[in-house]
Design a protein around this ligand. Structure first.
Ligand code: ADP
Length: 340
């Protein structure tokens, strides 16, 4: 922790492979913040139980997500990568914080209303309390900074309020009020061109796809709805394909693409082929890393109950490469084998 600016915490539900929305909206920051902060990244499997229908997928999804984060550049020698349920103290803090939470605040959150709409037959108690558990995650590790996409803004604001309320009512400045950190692309739109890219909406482009699969997904992307024919000039400012070029295509080419789209010199099909090629080019390193990590036996430790409120203490659930001679068989460690 020496010379670092403070602590970063973020988490995501293990819903499987990461997509461009996760990457551009959150994971890019997870990686870059490692330079300056003490980073703690968590696969929030307890949160996943609020909506998961097939519990058997949880273990595999957890492994796939860890693999993607490692491939994207999270360095386990330096940052902590762990599974939420391995540090049970979070559920204790969740219970305590729930006593500081007016119920109406939770049911008024747009994220709760949205989840209730999507899962009308499973509006469980955990779903209502989702933001309290998230606040407990962040507060437990006394995070100063939380990198997330803009969809998490109301949860972050809720966390800040609950932290203030807890500190005020207990008369102690025990918990840290965190700051939200977004990337320059806090809301990535999906292939439908309208909604947030999300696995549950099936409008995602996953990082781990092959070149051909990526191209096929990009070809399904909705562009400017007014451009119904090749010879109609396009409007790059309303086109999601064009927006994605900003993240994957060299700046000089982006300007040329905008001009050629506006003059109808460039058609949507060629534009998409160009975007797909550039996405694939940008993901070469990620995909090579993912292949390498998949061949690596990864272990994660079950956390011992360290005093989580003591700043500086850390969960012991670090993800490490497995060294069979010295480590993974000892103590309460368990092993995840990515090899197929
Ligand atoms: P969770 O349900 O735990 O939020 P998600 O997979 O939806 O899991 O999100 C993980 C992280 O990726 C969060 O920080 C979220 O804000 C971010 N994220 C997800 N989808 C997008 C998107 N389309 N654009 C930008 N950020 C996103």
């Amino acid at each position: 922790m020496a010379n670092k600016k403070g602590r970063v915490f973020s988490g995501a539900r293990p819903t499987g492979r990461q997509h461009l929305g996760n990457y551009l909206g959150a994971v890019k920051n997870y990686v870059s913040l490692q330079e300056e902060y003490d980073c703690v990244y968590c696969i929030v499997d307890l949160h996943a139980l609020t909506t998961l229908e097939d519990f058997h997928l949880l273990k595999e999804n957890t492994a796939e997500m860890a693999l993607d984060w490692l491939a994207a550049g999270i360095r386990p020698e330096e940052s902590i990568l762990f599974v939420q349920s391995h540090v049970p103290q979070v559920t204790e803090l969740h219970t305590i914080l729930s006593m500081f939470t007016p119920l109406g605040k939770l049911t008024d959150l747009p994220t709760f209303k949205e989840k209730a709409r999507m899962h009308p037959h499973n509006i469980n108690y955990g779903l209502v309390g989702y933001p309290v558990l998230m606040a407990a995650d962040i507060a437990l590790y006394k995070a100063d900074v939380v990198p997330v996409g803009i969809d998490q803004e109301s949860h972050l604001e809720f966390t800040r309020e609950i932290v203030r309320s807890f500190n005020y009512k207990t008369g102690k400045q025990v918990l840290v009020e965190p700051q939200m950190k977004t990337t320059n692309y806090p809301k990535v739109i999906g292939t439908d061109g309208v909604q947030k890219m999300s696995k549950s909406l099936n409008n995602q482009i996953e990082l781990a796809l092959s070149d051909a699969e990526t191209a096929a997904r990009v070809m399904t992307m909705v562009t400017d709805p007014q451009r119904t024919h090749r010879n109609i000039p396009g409007r790059p400012e309303v086109c999601n394909v064009f927006t994605l070029h900003h993240s994957f295509t060299p700046a000089a080419n982006v300007e040329r693409i905008a001009a050629e789209c506006r003059s109808a010199k460039l058609g949507c099909v060629d534009d998409k082929k160009c975007l797909a090629a550039n996405i694939n080019k940008n993901l070469v390193e990620f995909r090579e890393n993912a292949r390498r990590w998949r061949k690596t036996r990864i272990t994660y430790g079950t956390c011992s109950p360290t005093a989580p409120s003591a700043r500086g203490s850390s969960p012991t659930g670090r993800w490490t490469k497995c060294d069979r001679r010295s480590g993974c068989r000892k103590g309460r460690r368990s092993t995840m084998d990515h090899r197929r």
